[in-house]
Design a protein around this ligand. Structure first.
Ligand SMILES: Nc1ncnc2c1ncn2[C@@H]1O[C@H](COP(=O)(O)OP(=O)(O)O)[C@@H](O)[C@H]1O
Ligand SMILES: Nc1ncnc2c1ncn2[C@H]1C[C@H](O)[C@@H](COP(=O)(O)OP(=O)(O)O)O1
Ligand SMILES: [Mg+2]
Length: 205
């Protein structure tokens, strides 16, 4: 996939708004994205979902990706970015009104490369949640998710990756004046009310 050049012309021409959705594992990114989709009709692309679909497809790189994800580490930048580009192009062909890029960027370089190659994001929405809450939510999610990475051992490694690689992403967009920091310990609806304030403002701007 990464050896073939992807033609991004239709995506650039569409010029639709792009929102990055950032937060620790279990911070509620997927939950809030569902609500955003229902209200704003944006296209929701989760990098983790795209990677899990790639694993399921039985492609040659699937086994390697599983190993990385079970170790709580980040998969190589080009793998994720190519999957996102392909998925965005499909959505644009269907007339997408804009994008929620969920779980991306997880390191500063991912955001920089995305914005250089595709288009600048309007805003990075960051869900701020304490580690205690993250762990509690993930262990609860583990009861039904069937996800190989929802176990205590991998959760610890994912938190370490978040603190080391993703926390700088938050600072990066804050410095650019493109960060919406949302305290995300409350109920799903309380958090969504905050999300709506930020999105309404960003979409109008
Ligand atoms: N505000 C909230 N309060 C309590 N539990 C939540 C809240 N938001 C999400 N959850 C639950 O926490 C878990 C992680 O949420 P999810 O949306 O999958 O997070 P992420 O995509 O950031 O990992 C899920 O089981 C979800 O139902
Ligand atoms: N942008 C990205 N870059 C590198 N690896 C990624 C990635 N997005 C997801 N992954 C890999 C590593 C993550 O631990 C794993 C699961 O991601 P996820 O589904 O977004 O988790 P969560 O929703 O719990 O935050 O997939
Ligand atoms: Mg998620």
């Amino acid at each position: 996939m990464s050896d073939k050049k992807i033609d991004l012309t239709p995506l650039k021409k569409a010029g639709v708004p792009i929102f990055f959705i950032v937060g620790g594992p279990g911070s509620g990114k997927g939950t809030q994205c569902e609500k955003i989709v229902a209200k704003y009709g944006l296209s929701h692309l989760s990098s983790g979902d795209l990677l899990r679909a790639e694993v399921k497809s039985g492609s040659s790189r699937g086994a390697e990706l599983t190993k990385i994800m079970e170790a709580g580490q980040l998969v190589p930048l080009t793998v994720v970015l190519d999957l996102i580009k392909e998925a965005m192009l499909k959505e644009v062909a269907k007339g997408s009104k804009g994008f929620l890029i969920d779980g991306y960027p997880r390191e500063v370089a991912q955001g920089d490369q995305f914005e250089a190659e595709i288009m600048p994001a309007k805003l990075a929405v960051y869900f701020e949640v304490s580690e205690d809450t993250l762990v509690k939510r993930l262990l609860k999610r583990a009861e039904t998710s069937g996800r190989a990475d929802d176990n205590m051992d991998t959760i610890k490694k994912r938190l370490k990756t978040f603190n080391e690689a993703t926390a700088p992403v938050v600072a990066h967009y804050e410095k650019k004046g493109k960060l919406a920091r949302i305290k995300a310990e409350g109920t799903v609806d309380e958090i969504f009310a905050e999300v709506v304030k930020h999105l309404d403002k960003a979409i109008k701007a």
